[in-house]
Write a new protein. Structure first.
Length: 181
């Protein structure tokens, strides 16, 4: 897309509007907010500084994965365009299939393009507030149920298409993968 500077051009605003699920007003608000963050005017901000403007990220159990996946260089520093990508995916207007594709990447902890037992265990640990209280046998049982219901190819893991199919049946998925900014 382009670089951050003190003002955003009309052409760049139009390009961002076409490439995201954000309105021009939302893009301009995010641009202003990004440039208010120390370092933002220079192009990149640390996730620690970003969290101060987006407190909903502070409490997200997957925040480290969100930062890794949405940071274009994987360096836990966000450019304005990285922030646009994140906010676009987390917007209410983003299609569920796009949200599911990004969620899959976030949940794929080992980066092998499949959600295996270890990935699913980490997801369970993160979404349960008292992970230590869930017995290993219970986690294994939950993982077996998930695989039985989602692993249509019986490969022992869940691929992206299988994941998208499964979350497409979950009414609450889109709202749990949305935040206001």
């Amino acid at each position: 897309m382009g670089n951050s500077s003190s003002t955003i051009t009309t052409d760049l605003l139009e390009e961002y509007n076409v490439l995201t699920y954000l309105t021009k007003s939302e893009i301009l608000s995010l641009y202003k907010l990004f440039n208010q963050i120390e370092g933002g005017a220079n192009g990149k901000v640390s996730v620690e500084k970003l969290e101060k403007k987006f407190p909903q990220l502070q409490v997200n159990p997957f925040r480290d994965r969100i930062y890794e996946v949405f940071s274009s260089e994987g360096d836990y520093k966000f450019s304005f365009e990285d922030l646009l990508d994140l906010c676009s995916v987390m917007s209410e207007k983003c299609p569920d299939s796009v949200k599911a594709a990004w969620a899959f990447r976030i949940f794929d902890f080992d980066g092998d393009n499949a959600l295996g037992k270890d990935d699913l265990k980490q997801v369970i640990d993160r979404v349960t507030s008292r992970a230590g209280e869930i017995q290993t046998e219970q986690k294994e049982h939950i993982i077996e149920i998930l695989l039985r219901n989602m692993d249509m190819e019986a490969s022992g893991s869940v691929g992206q298409i299988e994941f998208q199919h499964a979350v497409g049946k979950m009414a609450e998925f889109a709202s749990s993968f949305t935040f206001r900014f």
